[in-house]
Structures are given as structure tokens and as C-alpha cells.
Design a protein around this ligand. Structure first.
Ligand SMILES: [Mg+2]
Length: 443
């Protein structure tokens, strides 16, 4: 006789904000703070299965997350199609805060129309919150039924997912030696970037390399990419200045690097500038800034502004929405890869599960994970030959380490608020008191 089905009703939801050590990685807004916030979500079913999710932990996400957690109790973890409407209803349909990027130190009253993740709206924030809950529900569902998350998404089409090295200009340590030390040293010139790439390749087997740019004047960053091309001939290279350049500068950089770039990522800010750059260069343009939500697709695709969308299940609203994005990209002949914000192993496992189900994933996914020495899992995910294997363990296939979770939560509790919302400009002011987020275009 068949066993009775598990009770998949949500009995409890636990939310645990944590602060995770982050190295002094530079970008056009400033520098990463010594600690960065993440939110760990546990969805517990009446049948006793616990599912894990992870999303942004900045203060502005915590209120909506609490409201959604309360509303989830009594629903089944399989009721995923109703989650967006539930989030809209319980988290409030507040007016769009267009232009706001409080998580990245952008003042809404200035002329900075876009942060590092593009134009921010209340709806996008809600989708990032619900993405963490969707992942936790899928994990609980999988654990209760013995199925991996990729099976709940229709099954995997590949056994492993490729990731690329995410290279950053960086300091050896945070100003004032705050935060947790590491042994990477500074990387502020082409030789430093090549050494960093070599270490990533040796340690994790990555064969494609992305440099976070927009930090130095473009000629210095062109020199760094040239040095990478010389050190790793024929291997995929990308440069991402987070929209810091004018159309003219973007075209000049594209021309200078046209023979070595896999793609140029967000050279200029906004769909209009991106479309003008795309019209003037054969180098493909990728984005995680001007196309970050379904409503931004029609204009960008119609104008040919982007050739690769960097999906991110957090801000696209979950793993199933990411598959919908993949279908749209396929329909319009636009490539798909994956963006990464600073994240832990739960989100990396979720990225890997959905990436395994998407047929046309033609580029290595981004990940910050190697920069995060801390995690909340009993066992870190390990890259092999630049890939993560896609297993058949139930759910996400990862296990929460409660002691680690508690320790990182205690750090969050003890924080005076300095690190509870990411603010790269504030971190930069520790070294340069007069620093403000540069207006774009910067160069
Ligand atoms: Mg980017």
C-alpha cells in the first residue's frame, strides 16, 4: 500500500538575519563593507520537513519578509503560483520608489537614477523577498518527497553547472583593519588582477573571468583585461563597470577589447544608452542593470539594447520566474547567464538547481561565493573544474549548521546598525571622508 502523503502545510517560518564577513572589494560606488547582511529563511511543514531559503538581509527587506512569513502559515509549500499575489497583498502595494537604492548608498534625491542593480522599485524589493520564500518552499517540498529541487522544476538538462571567476580590484584589508583578515592581498593593477585570476583558476578550476570595473579610468581597466588575455589566451573575459561610462567611452573600450571580450556588461546606464552602445559595436552587451524585471524587457529587447541577460533568481522572483525569463530570452534570441550578489551556499545551491534546468545557458554563471569564507552550511559547496555538480539529494541538497547560523546572527544582533544595510559609499568614506557615489556617467 502506498504511504500516506506528507503533510505539506506550512506550520512555521523562521527568519534569521545574519552578518557575513566580506572582503574590501571595490566598485564604482565605493567598497564592500567588512560585513554584509543576508536573511536566512526556514519554512517548516506540519509533516516535519524544513526548507531553506536565502535573500537580501538589508533592513528594508526584513519588514516585508516578516509579513510574508506570517501569511505563509497554513498554506501548502506547493502553492507557489499564488506567492507573488500574496506578497503584493500582505507586503503592501506601496508606490514605486523609482531611483531609490538605499541598499547601495544612493540618495533618491540625487541624479543617480540607477544603483548597482538598476532602478529600484518596491515591486522589485517584494520579488527579492518572495524569491527566498519560494526557494525555501521548494526545498521543504523536495525534502518531504525525496526529490531534488531540479526535479520539481521539471528535471535537469545538465549534470553540472559552470561558474566563472569574479575578479575585483581590492585592498589588502578594510580601512582601520576592521573586519576579518584574509590572505588575498591587494589587487590594484593588471599584475594584481592576473595573480588573483591565477589563484581562482588554480583553486577552483575556473576558465572564464569577469573583472568588476568602473573603479579606475577606463584605460587602466583596458590594460587589466589585456593582461588577462595575455595570461589566459582564448579564454572568455568580461568587464563590468556598472554603467559608469558614457556611450562614447563604452564604444571606445569595446573597440579596444573587441578581440578578447566574451561580452561587455552594463558599460553605460539605462536602456537608451545601452541601445546606442549596442548599435555601434559587434561586442555583445550583457546586463543585470537595465533588464532586471519583466516590465523592463519589451523596450530593451525591441531596441536590441542587450544580447545577454544576467538572471538572478532573487530579483526575478524565484527559480520558476527565472525559467520564465529563460523562455523569453530564448524566444527573442537573447542569451542568458546568471548574476551574483554577495551570497551564501543556500543561494548558490538554488542558483545551481535552476541553472541545471535551463537548456540555453551559454555562459558561465557569476558567483561571489569564493570571496565568502563564512557560511551557514555544514559543508561548503566545492567547485570542481570550474563547475558545481548537480546531485539528486532531496531539496537543495544542503544542510544548515545551526551553530554557524547562531554565531552570524549574534554578530547581526551586536551590530550598531552600521552593517545592517549594505552601503558601499559609507564604507569608502572610512578611507576617503569626502567620498560620495559618483554621478553617472563617470567617465
Ligand atoms: Mg553586473
Amino acid at each position: 500500500m502506498a504511504a500516506a502523503p506528507q503533510d505539506l502545510t506550512v506550520a512555521e517560518v523562521r527568519l534569521t538575519p545574519v552578518l557575513v564577513a566580506d572582503p574590501p572589494l571595490l566598485n564604482t560606488h565605493g567598497v564592500h563593507q567588512p560585513y554584509t547582511p543576508r536573511l536566512i529563511i526556514e519554512v517548516i511543514t506540519a509533516g516535519g520537513a524544513t526548507g531553506l531559503g536565502e535573500t537580501y538581509g538589508d533592513t528594508e527587506y526584513l519588514g516585508p519578509a516578516r509579513l510574508l512569513a506570517d501569511a505563509l502559515a497554513g498554506r501548502r509549500v506547493t502553492d507557489l503560483n499564488g506567492l507573488p499575489a500574496l506578497a503584493d497583498r500582505v507586503c503592501g502595494d506601496s508606490p514605486d520608489t523609482t531611483g531609490a537604492d538605499t541598499a547601495h548608498g544612493v540618495d533618491v534625491t540625487t541624479t543617480h537614477a540607477a544603483g548597482l542593480r538598476g532602478t529600484r522599485t518596491a515591486a522589485k524589493l517584494r520579488r527579492s523577498v518572495l524569491a527566498g520564500f519560494e526557494v525555501a518552499c521548494l526545498d521543504a517540498w523536495g525534502r518531504a518527497t525525496g526529490l531534488p529541487v531540479h526535479a520539481l522544476l521539471g528535471g535537469r538538462v545538465r549534470d553540472r553547472v559552470e561558474y566563472g571567476a569574479y575578479l575585483f580590484y581590492r585592498w589588502a584589508a578594510h580601512p582601520g583593519d576592521r573586519g576579518e583578515p584574509d590572505d588575498w592581498g591587494a589587487a590594484l593593477d593588471p599584475a594584481g588582477i592576473v595573480a588573483q585570476a591565477r589563484r581562482f583558476a588554480d583553486r577552483h578550476g575556473f576558465t572564464s573571468f569577469k573583472l568588476k570595473g568602473g573603479v579606475f579610468p577606463p584605460d587602466r581597466e583596458i590594460a587589466a583585461i589585456r593582461a588577462l588575455a595575455a595570461a589566459f589566451p582564448g579564454q572568455p573575459l568580461r568587464l563590468d563597470p556598472n554603467g559608469a561610462w558614457t556611450v562614447e567611452t563604452s564604444l571606445r573600450v569595446a573597440d579596444a577589447l573587441r578581440d578578447v571580450l566574451e561580452y561587455l556588461e552594463d558599460p553605460a546606464s539605462g536602456t537608451d544608452r545601452m541601445a546606442r552602445v549596442a548599435a555601434g559595436t559587434p561586442v555583445p552587451l550583457a546586463t543585470n542593470m537595465c533588464v532586471t524585471a519583466f516590465e523592463e524587457i519589451p523596450e530593451a529587447f525591441a531596441r536590441g539594447a542587450v544580447q545577454v541577460v544576467l538572471g538572478d533568481h532573487h530579483y526575478w522572483g524565484g527559480l520558476r520566474s527565472t525559467r520564465e525569463l529563460a523562455a523569453l530570452c530564448r524566444t527573442f534570441g537573447v542569451g542568458l547567464a546568471m548574476h551574483s550578489n554577495t551570497h551564501l551556499g543556500i543561494s548558490l545551491a538554488a542558483m545551481t538547481q535552476v541553472a541545471a534546468t535551463v537548456p540555453d545557458l551559454d555562459h558561465a554563471c557569476d558567483t561571489h561565493y569564493p570571496w565568502q569564507a563564512e557560511d551557514v552550511l555544514t559543508e561548503r559547496l566545492a567547485f570542481r573544474d570550474g563547475h558545481l555538480d548537480v546531485g539528486d539529494a532531496p531539496g537543495l541538497g544542503v544542510t544548515l549548521d545551526r551553530d554557524r547560523l547562531a554565531a552570524l546572527h549574534r554578530r547581526w544582533l551586536a551590530d550598531d546598525g552600521t552593517h545592517r544595510s549594505r552601503d558601499d559609499a559609507a564604507a569608502m568614506r572610512r578611507a576617503d571622508p569626502g567620498w560620495t557615489v559618483p554621478a553617472v556617467p563617470r567617465w
